[in-house]
Design a protein around this ligand. Sequence first.
Ligand code: ADP
Length: 302
Amino acid sequence: MLRVGLTGGIGAGKSTVSALLADLGAVLVDADVLAREVVARGTDGLAAVVAEFGPQVLTAAGDLDRPALGRIVFGDARRRAALNAIVHPRVAQRRAELAAAAPADAVVVEDVPLLVETGAAPGYPLVVVVDAGAHERLRRLVEDRGMDPDDARARLAAQATDEQRAAAADVLLPNPRRTDGAADPLPGLVERLWHERLVPFEAGLRAGRPGPVPAGVPGAADADRVRARVERALGAPVQLAAPTGWPLRVQAVADEVSAGDVTGALHAVGYVPAGQDAFAGADPGCAVRLDLVRAARVGGPA
Ligand code: ADP
């Protein structure tokens, strides 16, 4: 099983890409749907929201009154944090349950609009970003969805910039404006992503097989993403050799690692064991070799 984080600015085309991936066989998990589910009528999530914000956040029918709740938390970071503390752990738990229930060979695609904003990107083995450019996204929201232009601009301004999202992307799928008559390249791009990267990545991860070593030289952005992912998984700082070619070589001091189950934590972000205290990435698009080194114990027991 491989988890893929799919994100993009509002109006970029996440739903469009999700639908294409589902057609190819991906299992979809939609964060927006989960965020509504965990505070649906009768849930302990809704009870917690009422306990925190009072019965004025309920409609007459007993459902969550989103606009009323929105008015309370909008512009009040402390109350927004209180709401997030109720919603986020429940969404995370539902997501883990859905992933656990997926078939062993599933590619689970999680559509998470605020993946970059919440700092969750390094927790995924692979992050796919759909990119349409802020100008085109604004046009889609206003012309296609009929959103008020000022509201649309405010929504865009509250999200990460295109540059921030691109930096978090292992795969960037451009989805610029389709003009009538021109062939839409997006289905072809998504099909290649599926067959050339997601399916072999999943199979390699499941089989404990490192990915192939591609030609070329990794960039600084590749190194940054690998560093963030490995540091998050290990709970320790890592050393990265200056990239002169694939695989990227990463070292961590074993004694500094705080992850209890190192193999499990690394597997969750796409790495497989590759020898004594060594791991390798299963992603066919990003070869990594990770070594856990033992620190010299100065003055320690012999
Ligand atoms: P998201 O889920 O990221 O908010 P959607 O997939 O719902 O975005 O797409 C936003 C809107 O833009 C929809 O109305 C969709 O039909 C339209 N759209 C998606 N891709 C394109 C494209 N390449 N050219 C023009 N319109 C598009």
